[in-house]
Ligand binder design. Structure first.
Ligand code: PLP
Length: 392
């Protein structure tokens, strides 16, 4: 029998991808399933971005590029950081990777030694804990509640930090909660982080542009620029430009750390696809107007489903500030149906009601389900009708 590594045995496959696959299987077998598990926009990649990729192919830009990305893309990213975040990076402080996923993977592998602790607020993006584990690190979770709108407090952060803490991960607006931290909340967290110099900070800004809160986007470096020497900013084109399949993410950060992450990438994938990089240049340098229709649609759908979900007895759905997710609590429904876990509820919903949702325990927050509204209003209406019949 083949013996697998402890490393691979320490992790599990991505639960969000598993739900998407299971829904697709049931659909293929003829079941009427509405899939609300997807972690990607339902829009097509904007035309000018596709054209740039087609041109790159025609121009023969089909060879290896520099491991860390083409000079054009790195400049587009430097400009983006200046424009949107008032951050000034040199080209050697930027690393382009195969999706935001690889950016975080590079970071974990470059940073963590066995036993090093990484603080991850829950609910979290499903991949953080497993990428920490495969790197030998130890995820340390901070639990939050609906009442706190799934946000950690400065006191909670202070309590979670130990001499072994190497990294603090913050994702705002968040997958799966859709909630964003305010400037005031970030300032309080920054005060704690300033006191603990051994802690690096990863701010995952992947949903930066998918935001409808009043304050607008803000990250830890906006409120505490002095943390720049120990902060890595992660972002990418996947969500904002509906480019999930192109696989382009990027990181900006301290030179030493970026160099180490680049070394990891140089021995794994090398450069991200040259054609995708050309497309990402068009996304970042081109008109940003293409984001608006998507954002408008997400907000309309959000308003619809929050109201529809809150009308279901036993469901508590807080408003999102952005993204295309909401993360309602289903504890009341679970009690009514006599179900012990959200996994059981999700399975019931999939098989009996034909609605595919991801159980909150996959994100470290049981009792909730993640709903992706990256699907048509028609699908959402059908799904809400099916959910309204829950337990009747
Ligand atoms: N970060 C967050 C919070 C995400 O939700 C995702 C995708 O689901 C990613 C990073 C990675 O995105 P990708 O690897 O598709 O660019």
């Amino acid at each position: 029998e083949i013996q697998l590594s402890d490393r691979v045995n320490s992790i599990k496959p991505s639960p969000t991808l598993a739900v998407t696959n299971r829904a697709a299987e049931l659909k293929a077998a003829g079941h009427d399933v509405i899939a609300l598990g997807a972690g990607e926009p339902d829009f097509d990649t904007p035309e000018h971005i596709k054209e740039a990729a087609i041109k790159a192919i025609r121009d023969g830009r089909t060879k290896y590029t520099a491991v860390d990305g083409t000079p054009e893309l790195k400049h587009a990213i430097i400009d983006k950081f200046k424009r949107d975040n008032k951050l000034n990076y040199e080209a050697n402080q930027i690393l382009v990777s195969c999706g935001g996923k690889q950016s975080f993977f590079n970071l974990s592998l470059a940073l963590l030694n066995p036993g090093d602790e990484v603080i991850i607020p829950a609910p979290y993006w499903v991949s953080y804990p497993d990428m920490v584990l495969i790197s030998g690190g130890k995820p340390v979770f901070i639990d939050t509640t609906v009442e706190a709108r799934f946000k950690i407090t400065a006191e909670q952060l202070e309590q979670a930090i130990t001499p072994k803490t190497r990294l603090f991960v913050i994702n705002s607006p968040s997958n799966p909660s859709g909630v964003a931290y305010t400037r005031q909340e970030l300032t309080a967290l920054a005060e704690v982080l300033k006191k603990h110099e051994q802690v690096l900070i990863a701010t995952d800004d992947m949903y930066e542009h998918l935001l409808w809160n009043e304050e607008g986007f803000c990250n830890l470096l906006d409120v505490a620029p002095e943390l720049i020497d120990r902060t890595v900013v992660l972002n990418g084109v996947s969500k904002a430009y509906s480019m999930t399949g192109w696989r382009i993410g990027y990181a900006g950060g301290p030179l030493k750390l970026i160099n180490a992450m680049k070394k990891v990438q140089s021995q794994s994938t090398s450069n991200p696809a040259s054609i995708s990089q050309a497309a990402a240049v068009a996304a970042l340098n081109g008109s940003q107007d293409c984001i608006q229709p998507m954002l408008k649609a997400f907000k309309e759908r959000h308003d619809y489903i929050v109201e529809a979900l809150n009308a279901i007895p036993g469901v508590n759905c807080p408003e999102s500030d952005g993204t295309f997710y909401s993360f309602p609590g289903f504890q009341g429904v679970m009690e009514r149906l006599g179900m012990a876990s959200d996994v059981e509820l999700a399975e019931h919903l999939l098989v009996k009601n034909g609605v595919a949702l991801v159980p909150g325990s996959a994100f470290g927050t049981p009792g909730h389900l993640r709903i992706s509204f990256a699907t048509s209003m028609g699908n959402l209406e059908k799904a809400m009708q099916r959910l309204q019949s829950l337990g009747n």
